[in-house]
Design a protein around this ligand. Structure first.
Ligand code: BTN
Length: 229
């Protein structure tokens, strides 16, 4: 079931409230605009009424906390595939789950758990924005900017929901294998993490954490902003 809203603070908050009231796995809240869109690491998510797709999915999965990083990576794969197939583009995945097009961020994904143990997957895809504010222009892009035309958000939403629900059932080894195949960031990329540690990416461990070879040792990166250098 899809709950459609014109404007809301954050579809993640709405989906969490619905989950607490017992709505089933696969329920989706989508909004034309969010007035307080949430991003990872305490950031906000640019959510104006100017063409972004903002939606959150209730997931009722029996997962151990150690499986959550792989779930967010599976959702990254799902969004990448939906966008690639839909718009005939070729997105990259930046660990753990940013979807990039031509090195700029096209979509962001995050997963939060609710007090009643449901999971909420929040997904934002930049679809029809013609431009971004100055502070985002260098790092964000939209399908419209990259392809020169507008796209149907409803059609992309249908694909992204179907792919996300399918991906959420994948096994951890399969997620890690596919992520490694579909991301240029997993192996051999010179990166900086949170502006504090530099090295060359050296694959994923069995839980999906990023291995980073520095001049002195191999670090296991559990979270953080990974940027090319
Ligand atoms: C990130 O920081 O990369 C994750 C961004 C997630 C944004 C989406 S938009 C729909 C949902 N509602 C929110 O408030 N955030 C997520």
């Amino acid at each position: 079931m899809i709950v459609r809203l014109r404007s809301t603070s954050s579809t993640m908050v709405d989906a969490a409230a619905l989950a607490t009231r017992g709505r089933p796995h696969g329920t989706v809240v989508v909004a034309d605009e969010q007035t307080a869109g949430i991003g990872r690491h305490g950031h906000s998510w640019h959510s104006g009424p100017d063409g972004g797709l903002y939606f959150s999915i209730i997931l009722r999965l029996r997962l151990a906390p150690a499986d959550l990083p792989a779930l967010t990576m599976a959702l990254g794969l799902a969004v990448q595939k939906s966008v690639d197939d839909f718009a005939d583009v070729s997105c990259d995945l930046r660990w753990p789950n940013d979807v990039l097009l031509n090195e700029r961020k096209l979509a962001g994904i995050m997963v939060q758990s609710t007090e009643t143990d449901a999971l909420i997957a929040g997904i934002g895809i930049n679809v029809n924005q013609a431009a971004f504010p100055d502070d985002l222009r260098r790092i964000a892009t939209s399908l419209r900017i990259e392809t020169g035309r507008e796209h149907s958000k409803d059609a992309l939403l249908d694909r992204a929901i179907a792919e996300s629900l399918r991906a959420a059932r994948m096994s951890k080894p399969e997620i890690l294998r596919q992520f490694s195949d579909h991301s240029t960031y997993v192996t051999g990329k010179e990166v900086e993490v949170d502006g504090r540690i530099r090295g060359t990416t050296a694959g994923l461990d069995e839980d999906g954490f990023l291995l980073l070879a520095t001049p002195t040792r191999v670090e296991r990166i559990i979270s953080g902003a990974v940027r090319p250098v």
